[in-house]
Design a protein around this ligand. Structure first.
Ligand code: G3P
Length: 222
């Protein structure tokens, strides 16, 4: 994949579940095709397989457990999401926090299965620590802004700049996303100008009356 990456996390929103999830995946495919932007979606496990099969968009799991296939009731392995068609996975989202050892195990599992890993972080120190593990992406998301509609790009550009600098100092190969409250092309533009490689967002698209229009706005200034 080249160019900035936009990942739409459908979380467990009713507006991003079942038929609504496929509607958002269709919108992502449509806007990616017309704009040339790279737009991925992170659906619930229950929708992942259908979206990966029927929509030509990069699909991310919202979480994986760092275990090998076997007797692990209620766990989700990298092998399972890969077999269902996932391209990558989020790890350590603010709403699905892990210990450092669990993050490391999940990352090893992602590598074993060829899944692109996006480790989510909540501040500059955890961003630097995540970069030291060498995932493909880290995604800095100040938890207090998540779901508020107040954009990290405007409310806390400093955390983006400091996170980008921290990642470059630790491992320049690791790419950086940012998220929380992102909903417009201007938010995306600022995030890219601050040195990121894209954004991770949810409510701005999932809760929009017209997800395709929301996505068009997001890519409008690329
Ligand atoms: O994973 C994306 C996320 O946590 C940000 O959510 O609703 O503020 O875009 P939102």
């Amino acid at each position: 994949m080249t160019g900035p990456l936009i990942i739409v996390n459908l979380k467990a929103y009713a507006e991003g579940t079942g038929e609504q999830a496929t509607r958002i995946a269709a919108a992502a495919r449509e806007v990616a095709e017309e704009s040339g932007a790279v737009i991925g979606v992170a659906p619930a496990y229950t929708d992942l397989g259908i979206i990966a099969r029927d929509y030509d968009v990069p699909v991310y799991a919202q979480h994986i457990d760092g275990v090998v296939p076997g007797a692990h009731t209620g766990h989700v392995t990298a092998e399972q999401v890969r077999a269902a068609g996932a391209f990558g996975t989020l790890v350590n989202h603010s709403e699905r926090r892990l210990t450092l050892a669990e993050i490391d195990a999940a990352l090893s599992a992602a590598r074993r299965c060829g899944l692109q890993a996006v480790i989510c972080t909540n501040n500059v120190a955890t961003t630097a620590a995540a970069a030291a593990l060498a995932p493909e992406y880290v995604a800095i998301e100040p938890p207090e802004l998540i779901g508020t509609g107040v954009s990290v790009s405007k409310a806390d550009p400093g955390i983006i700049e400091r996170s980008v600098a921290a990642v470059r100092a630790v491992n320049p190969e690791v790419k950086v996303l940012t998220g929380a409250g992102i909903s417009t092309g201007e938010c995306v533009k600022i995030a890219l100008e601050l040195g990121t490689d894209g954004v991770l967002l949810a409510s701005g698209v999932v809760k929009a009356r017209d997800p395709a229009a929301a996505l068009r706005d997001l890519v409008s200034l690329l």
